[in-house]
Write a new protein. Structure first.
Length: 222
């Protein structure tokens, strides 16, 4: 039982800290001593130390002995590289989903998500739209049938999540994205992998450029 309790504490520390970082509750530049992190999560220092090692390996924090842990900021160059890899993998997922084909229940789920996004667009509810957009892209990845690609994409999704959350209030009405989503799904339903990949690449290129431009504007105001 002691080993299980230790594992549970380590996992809890890792997931709670990661959640707070990704959601911006521990913003970039935040520096805490190991004891302060332990008090924050009501855990001992050992699971905290183990969790911080994992988070440092993922590039989310920087640990300096006797100086504490600092939440790392992401530069525009960092994010441009992340988007390049993330988008290339997601485009391949769309191609593979088209090759695999969709079950009726899977296509209905994608259509439902697109309906929900368009409803949120009409209501000017960008936060709700972003939630459905996340679910939509996650669904396409889950339908590709390649578990290694899915696991790698999850890592890069987490790396770009903080930036995505930061620019939500700055985004324009996503009418064009809604239209592009419909086109991508139609290509997947037609099992046209080349067209699905082409359309998804165009979509990602445009949205990545838009995201980086919004981040540049935001950085210029700081």
């Amino acid at each position: 039982m002691q080993g299980v309790a230790k594992m549970a504490a380590r996992e809890r520390a890792y997931h709670e800290l990661k959640y707070r970082i990704l959601e911006g509750r521990l913003p970039p530049g935040t520096t805490l001593l190991e004891t302060e992190v332990a008090n924050l999560l009501s855990l001992s220092r050992t699971p905290i130390r183990e969790a911080l090692i994992r988070l440092e390996e993922e590039g989310l924090v920087e640990v300096k002995p006797r100086h504490g842990v600092t939440v790392r900021a992401q530069s525009l160059d960092d994010l441009a590289e992340i988007y390049e890899v993330f988008s290339a993998l997601e485009v391949q997922a769309a191609r593979l989903a088209a090759v695999r084909g969709l079950e009726p229940s899977e296509s209905e789920r994608l259509k439902s998500l697109m309906d929900q996004m368009e409803k949120a667009t009409r209501s000017d509810d960008i936060e709700r739209w972003s939630q459905f957009d996340d679910a939509f892209h996650s669904d396409i990845v889950s339908l590709c049938g390649n578990s290694r690609l899915q696991a790698t994409l999850r890592q890069y999704w987490e790396q770009q999540y903080r930036a995505r959350m930061a620019i939500i209030p700055l985004r324009i009405k996503p009418v064009q994205s809604d239209q592009e989503h419909r086109q991508i799904v139609q290509a997947i339903l037609d099992r046209d992998s080349e067209e699905a990949g082409r359309l998804h690449q165009l979509h990602r290129d445009r949205t990545d450029r838009q995201a980086l431009e919004l981040l540049r504007r935001q950085a210029g105001k700081l």
